[in-house]
Design a protein around this ligand. Structure first.
Ligand SMILES: NC(=O)C1=CN([C@@H]2O[C@H](COP(=O)(O)OP(=O)(O)OC[C@H]3O[C@@H](n4cnc5c(N)ncnc54)[C@H](OP(=O)(O)O)[C@@H]3O)[C@@H](O)[C@H]2O)C=CC1
Ligand SMILES: Nc1nc(=O)c2c([nH]1)NC[C@@H]1CN(c3ccc(C(=O)N[C@@H](CCC(=O)O)C(=O)O)cc3)C=[N+]21
Length: 314
């Protein structure tokens, strides 16, 4: 009897998986329904994806995005430019897509080849078609709490937290990483959800100690297995944004920034990689394409009718 009790109490309770595949499928169902409703209003949302160069990982991501778009009935257009395309060529392609009223969303797959100024390209996209939410106009709007196109990965992480924890108001969240595309917008959204937010980065003194104060940990670093159980408060909820390709004796595979096997012995819930944040990013990209289409419809409705104007003048 003593042995049995001992065995039971020494078995660690493992964190439950946060199923990004299942939750993203729900988001995609919501998108599919809305696509149908918009079709009834003669609106057919379209997403343009521009891929410059031949980075194999980027090709895989773009293919996945286009496949998911097709599944939910969003029209997708793929544009490719060679690795040695000039910045002027990239900007010219964006100008064409900005001017095309049948295109609602524009995504330029990152990273771009080194000779191209990434910021200049991002800011050339019409903010109302910026489905990545990276344009400064959308970033500023997000910080001010306006309804703008919001970066897909942080939006996806917020949905995972909502499904896992419900109300997160008042909790302490630690975001590891401060990039413009993940860390900073993630911290902004958590603050909007009334968390106390700390952002940890490469210069932080004793990052593990700061992280151990967190009820919610969002890791967006790009270092395989950096965060293990020793970084976590018991019962923390862990969202692993990291996507790192590693090669070991069992071959090449994807791992996150979190040492999943170690972290799940301490955490309450954790996202796996793959199958966690990645599918949510794509689902929110498609949701943003719908939001962009609706924003554009609203702007068009406010524009004066050019024929009406002409008849006034004549
Ligand atoms: N699942 C998904 O949908 C997506 C996944 N990703 C993945 O997320 C990860 C992060 O991407 P991204 O934000 O673009 O990466 P960046 O390289 O732009 O940023 C990494 C951040 O991590 C910080 N950092 C680096 N080392 C440490 C350390 N030892 N301790 C604490 N902080 C550290 C850096 O700090 P500093 O600023 O001081 O340099 C920086 O702020 C990558 O693995 C990427 O592939 C990205 C986008 C979408
Ligand atoms: N303009 C731009 N916007 C982005 O949002 C953007 C980008 N550039 N460049 C690259 C990063 C990375 N990113 C991912 C999206 C989906 C998965 C994804 O679906 N991952 C699957 C696994 C996919 C696989 O098996 O390779 C998963 O985690 O389950 C991963 C990574 C978006 N990014």
């Amino acid at each position: 009897m003593t042995t049995v009790t001992h065995l039971i109490s020494s078995t660690p309770t493992l964190a439950r998986d946060i199923d990004g595949k299942a939750i993203s499928a729900q988001v995609l169902d919501e998108v599919r329904e809305e696509v149908l409703a918009l079709a009834g209003q003669q609106i057919f949302p379209a997403l343009a994806v521009l891929l410059v160069g031949d980075d194999p990982a980027s090709h895989v991501y773009v293919r996945n995005k286009l496949l998911r778009a097709k599944e939910v009935g969003i029209r997708s257009l793929e544009y490719r430019l060679p690795d040695d395309a000039s910045q002027a060529q990239v900007l010219e392609q964006i100008a064409q897509l900005n001017a095309d009223a049948s295109v609602n969303g524009i995504l330029v797959q990152l990273p771009l080849p080194g000779h191209i100024d990434e910021a200049a390209v991002i800011h050339a996209i019409d903010p109302i078609k910026d489905v990545d939410g990276f344009h400064r106009e959308n970033v500023g709007g997000l910080v001010q709490g306006m309804e703008v196109l919001t970066p897909c990965t942080p939006s996806g992480c917020m949905r995972l937290l909502k499904e896992t924890c419900g109300d997160i108001s008042g909790l302490h969240a630690v975001v590891i990483g401060r990039s413009n595309i993940v860390g900073k917008p993630m911290a902004t959204l958590l603050l909007q959800a009334h968390c106390s937010v700390s952002v940890v980065h490469s210069r932080s003194v004793d990052a593990p100690a700061l992280c151990r104060l967190a009820d919610i940990v969002v890791a967006a670093v790009g270092r395989p297995h950096l965060i293990d159980a020793s970084w976590l408060k018991p019962g923390a909820v862990v969202i692993d944004v990291g996507i790192n390709r590693v090669t070991d004796e069992s071959g090449s595979h994807l791992v996150g920034d979190v040492d999943y096997a170690s972290a799940r012995t301490v955490a309450r819930a954790i996202t796996p990689v793959p199958g966690g944040v990645g599918p949510m990013t794509i689902a929110y990209l498609l949701k943003n394409t719908l939001i962009a289409a609706k924003l554009q419809r609203a702007v068009k409705a406010r524009e004066p009718d050019p024929d009406g104007c002409d008849s006034d003048i004549n």
